[in-house]
Design a protein around this ligand. Sequence first.
Ligand SMILES: [Zn+2]
Length: 89
Amino acid sequence: MKEAKKAIETLLKEVYSDPLSPLAEKQAELAKRITMKFNMDQPYELKLLFCKKCKSYTPPVFGKTIRVRNGKLVFTCKVCGSKYRFVFK
Ligand SMILES: [Zn+2]
């Protein structure tokens, strides 16, 4: 469990260092699979990488646009065009 968390952190660091590389998408998918396998909560940084609706790999700025509306962040997916808000904990 601890190892899984560490693995995810390492993967996410690599994804965010170069979000557009083909490897980044695989690493993001892998991190997601680890959270599902161990029934863990997905960290915020991981959720940000995927569209809430179509589940496509959409890193912020490159794959989705971010707007601030009424003090809330609104994301627009560039793949399916859906808009959604992220809830901050
Ligand atoms: Zn989408």
